[in-house]
Write a protein that binds this ligand. Structure first.
Ligand code: B12
Length: 329
C-alpha cells in the first residue's frame, strides 16, 4: 500500500507515518525498483498496533518498540479491530480532521465568531487537545501564516482566530481519564495538585498559542500549570522561578528575533533543580548557545510527555519516562 492509503486506513496524517518511520523505524519494507517504497500487509498491521497503543496513551517510543517486537501472529487482522474499539481515546480520521480544518478556515475567513468557537469546541470535546491542536488548529494557523506572507490581508482574521483558540483552550478541564469536555455546566471541576510547571513566552514574544495548547493538554492529564503569557521580561522570568520554585520551566520562542538563550543561563545560575525546556521554532538558530541540559522538544506530544516525565508520579506509562530522558538531553 502507498503511504497515502495507509494513512487513510489508519486515520492518521501522512506526516505522522513519516515521523514513525524516521524516528522509530516503523516504515514500509517492500521495495519496487524505481518506485516509492510500499507498505506490506504486515507493515500495516504493525502500524495499526502502533496507532492503537498511542491512542491509548502509550508514548510513541514505547508503542513503536512493542509494535516492532510483536511476532506476526500477535498482530491482529485489521478487519478484526475497528477503530471504534479503541478504548477511552478516539482516532481522528484524516477526512474528519481535514473537514474540521476546512470548516474552521471557512468560519475564520468570514469572521464568524460563533462558528469558529463551535468548531474548535466540538473538536476539543471529541478528540482532546493534542489531536485538535496538531491535526486541525496547526494546519489552519500555518495556512493563515502563508497567506499573510503572500501579502493577503488576514491580520484581523489571525487576531480573531487566536482569540477563540485561546478561549477554548482555557475551557479545557481536567478529567478522570482523558476529558473531552469544555466547561459548560455546573459539574464540579476536579481539583488539581498545586502547579509545578511554569510556562511563558520569552521577552518580546507575542506568540503564545502553542503554550496554551501545552497547558490545556497538561490539564487534561491532570497537571496544573502557571502560565505567564506573552512577552515576559527576562528579569520577571527569573523572579517567577525564584518565587514559585517550579520543577519544569517551558519557554516559548516562535521567531528567532526573540530567542535569547541567556534567559536559560540566568535560570541555571539560580542553582534550582528545575528542568528547563526551550520550545518553539525560534530557538532552532540559537540551540548551540544553550546551556547544557536544556531540552528542545519539537512537537506538542513530545513536550507533554517530557513535562509529565519530569514531574514524575503516575504518568500512565513507562513511555513518559523515556520522553523525559529525550527531553533532558
Ligand atoms: C497567530 C499568529 C500571530 C498572533 C499570535 C497570537 C497568540 N496569542 O499567539 C499575533 C497576531 C499576535 C502575531 C503577531 C506577530 N506575528 Co505571527 N503568526 C501567527 C501564526 C498565524 C500562528 C502562530 C502559531 O501559533 N503557530 C504555532 C504553530 C501553528 O506553528 P509552528 O510553530 O510553525 O509549528 C511547528 C512547530 O513549532 C511544532 N509545534 C507546533 N505546536 C507545538 C507546541 C509545542 C509545545 C512544541 C514544542 C512544538 C510545537 O510543530 C509545527 C511543525 O513543525 C503564525 C503562522 C505560523 N506558521 O505559525 C504567524 C507567524 C509566526 N507570525 C509571524 C510574524 C512575522 C509576526 C509579527 C512579527 C507580525 C508583525 N509584523 O507584527 C508579530 C509578532 C511579533 C513578536 N515579536 O512576537 C511570522 C514569523 C516569521 C518568522 N519565522 O520570523 C509567521 C510565521 C507568519 C509568516 N508566515 O510570516 N502572530
Amino acid at each position: 500500500m502507498t503511504a497515502g492509503a495507509v494513512a487513510r486506513r489508519l486515520g492518521v496524517a501522512v506526516t505522522t507515518l513519516r515521523t514513525w518511520d524516521q524516528r522509530y523505524g516503523l516504515g514500509p519494507t517492500e521495495h519496487e525498483a524505481g518506485r516509492h517504497r510500499r507498505y506490506s500487509a504486515e507493515d500495516v498491521r504493525r502500524l495499526e498496533m502502533m496507532r492503537r497503543l498511542t491512542f491509548q496513551g502509550v508514548s510513541p517510543a514505547d508503542a513503536a518498540r512493542t509494535a516492532l517486537a510483536a511476532r506476526a501472529d500477535e498482530l491482529t487482522e485489521p478487519s478484526a479491530r475497528p477503530a471504534a474499539r479503541v478504548p477511552s481515546r478516539r482516532v481522528m480520521p484524516v477526512g474528519l480532521a481535514q473537514a474540521a480544518a476546512r470548516g474552521l478556515a471557512r468560519a475564520a475567513g468570514s469572521m464568524d465568531s460563533d462558528a469558529i468557537a463551535e468548531e474548535i469546541r466540538t473538536c476539543l470535546r471529541t478528540y482532546g487537545t493534542v489531536l485538535t491542536w496538531t491535526e486541525v488548529l496547526v494546519p489552519v494557523l500555518s495556512a493563515l501564516g502563508q497567506r499573510w506572507q503572500a501579502g493577503h490581508s488576514v491580520v484581523e482574521i489571525e487576531h480573531l482566530l487566536s482569540w477563540h483558540i485561546s478561549t477554548e483552550l482555557r475551557m479545557v478541564v481536567p478529567g478522570p481519564s482523558g476529558p473531552r469536555r469544555s466547561r459548560n455546566n455546573d459539574e464540579p471541576i476536579p481539583a488539581l495538585a498545586p502547579p509545578r510547571t511554569l510556562l511563558a513566552s520569552v521577552e518580546d514574544e507575542q506568540h503564545t498559542l502553542p503554550l496554551e495548547a501545552l497547558a490545556a493538554a497538561l490539564r487534561e492529564a491532570r497537571r496544573g500549570t502557571r502560565i505567564l503569557g506573552a512577552r515576559v521580561p527576562t528579569d520577571a522570568m527569573v523572579e517567577a522561578v525564584r518565587r514559585t520554585g517550579p520543577a519544569v520551566v517551558v519557554l516559548w520562542s516562535q521567531i528567532p528575533d526573540t530567542a535569547d538563550p541567556t534567559v536559560f543561563t540566568r535560570l541555571a545560575a539560580l542553582g534550582r533543580p528545575v528542568r528547563m525546556v526551550a520550545a518553539g521554532p525560534g530557538w532552532l538558530a540559537s540551540r548551540r548557545r544553550m546551556p547544557s541540559g536544556v531540552a528542545l522538544p519539537t512537537t506538542l506530544v513530545e513536550a507533554v510527555e517530557g513535562v509529565l516525565a519530569a514531574l514524575g508520579g503516575p504518568t500512565g506509562t513507562g513511555a513518559s519516562r523515556d520522553a523525559g530522558r529525550r527531553l533532558s538531553r
